[in-house]
Design a binder for this molecule. Structure first.
Ligand code: SAM
Length: 375
């Protein structure tokens, strides 16, 4: 890939581009980046590139002719006309998605403005796209162009020593990256998470996956919501196509089992293994009952969808009429007495919150289900 930067300050760009990882990438031929001095294309003795704005106002405006000649000269060096991008606070805001899109091009021209900007006519004539690095104004387009060049360069084959590196980094797949740690293992009483020190790759990647989800939920709830919606949609689409169901088939509920992470993991495992095939909850008159045939998605504690279940039976029955067979299907206890003891306690607490007193005659919803799909 080839990137050309058209600027009034080539030294400023060159000094950054030839350092570190991108500098090595250029030296080793994994990417070409050239800078071009717009001043070299002026037609006046003083190499003047700007003039006062029409309509008055402060500052100067870069003139059309040198910008046009510079960009056209760069275009002539490319086999195919590259996209011409004017770095501008008025443009589309740069994202990792946009970086991925630009990194797939053969060539890019990044045009840097300065002063009050560039004469609009040349931007129109060159059919420039506009790209911003954020909603604030800098003195020139050089830093923004360098940001684009750096972000695009590191996605080129060979620039990073390990190509997997960027695919788990923040924003690449819609999440932020998990926290990183290095030696020593303990520093000022703070330990590296134990999971990262055991040398077990499965444990490490599970920790990293969960940490990435949690960091994103905490720091960027907006990104987390979009990511989770996409995950659920993809999971649901996978189920629909695996079962050959109508596209308009929908699920009625998405939920996680258990009231804390440990319990949730334990119960989910039992559901996935077919050991837990029923669930119960306290009934109130306001409850909308699940219906036989409905689909639900069960997620893990972090909200990642793990299976689709289908409701096979629904009953509203007094607590003390639950049979041993039903209690065993809930998959958590081995005797009816044990089931009654644990559930009585939970339902008494639930009832208290709802302002009524639980008794063994209180009604509960008993629901049986079958796992229809898991990945
Ligand atoms: N008068 C312009 C306006 O209000 O939209 C701002 C001009 S700015 C002072 C000078 C140059 O810096 C711009 O032409 C552009 O190339 C660059 N620039 C400033 N902020 C930028 C940003 N957030 N993203 C990309 N380029 C920016």
């Amino acid at each position: 890939m080839r990137i050309d930067i058209a600027t009034l300050f080539t030294d400023m760009c060159d000094s950054v581009l030839h350092e570190s990882i991108v500098g090595r990438g250029i030296k080793n031929g994994f990417i070409e980046i050239y800078t071009h001095d717009i001043r070299d294309y002026t037609e006046n003795r003083h190499r003047k590139v700007d003039d006062k704005p029409y309509g008055g106002g402060t500052g100067m405006v870069m003139q059309a002719q040198p910008v046009y000649d510079c960009v056209m000269d760069i275009i002539s060096k490319h086999e195919k006309r590259p996209r011409v991008i004017y770095m501008s606070p008025q443009g589309e805001t740069l994202t990792q998605e946009k970086v991925k899109e630009l990194a797939a091009e053969d060539g890019l021209i990044l045009l840097c403005g300065h002063y009050e900007g560039i004469d609009q006519r040349v931007l129109d004539e060159l059919e420039c796209e506009e790209l911003s690095i954020g909603d604030y104004v800098l003195t020139g387009g050089e830093l923004p162009a360098l940001i684009v060049a750096d972000a695009v360069a590191r996605l080129q084959k060979g620039v990073l020593p390990n190509e997997d590196a960027y695919s788990i980094e923040s924003h690449y797949n819609g999440l932020l990256e998990h926290p990183q740690y290095t030696m020593p293992r303990e520093w000022r009483g703070r330990e590296v998470p134990i999971e990262l020190t055991l040398g077990n790759h499965e444990v490490i990647s599970e920790w990293q996956r969960k940490a990435a989800l949690r960091v994103t939920a905490e720091k960027r709830p907006d990104m987390h919501e979009i990511y989770m919606d996409r995950l659920v949609q993809e999971f649901w689409d996978g189920f629909i196509s695996a079962k050959g169901l109508d596209d308009d088939t929908d699920y009625t509920q998405i939920f996680r089992v258990g009231s804390n992470e440990g319990e949730s993991n334990r119960l989910l495992k039992r559901v996935l293994r077919g050991k837990k095939r029923a669930t119960t909850c306290l009934y109130t008159d306001d409850d909308i009952l699940p219906e036989k045939g409905e689909y639900c998605i069960i997620t893990d504690w972090d909200g990642v969808p793990r299976c689709v279940t289908k409701v096979t039976r629904v009953q509203v029955i007094p607590f003390n009429k639950i049979t041993l067979e039903q209690a065993l299907k809930e998959g958590e206890d081995t005797t009816l007495e044990a089931w009654r003891d644990t559930h009585r306690e939970v339902y008494a607490r639930n009832a208290e919150q709802l302002d009524f007193e639980f008794s063994d005659d209180s009604k509960i919803i008993y629901e049986e289900f079958r796992v229809e799909y898991k990945e």
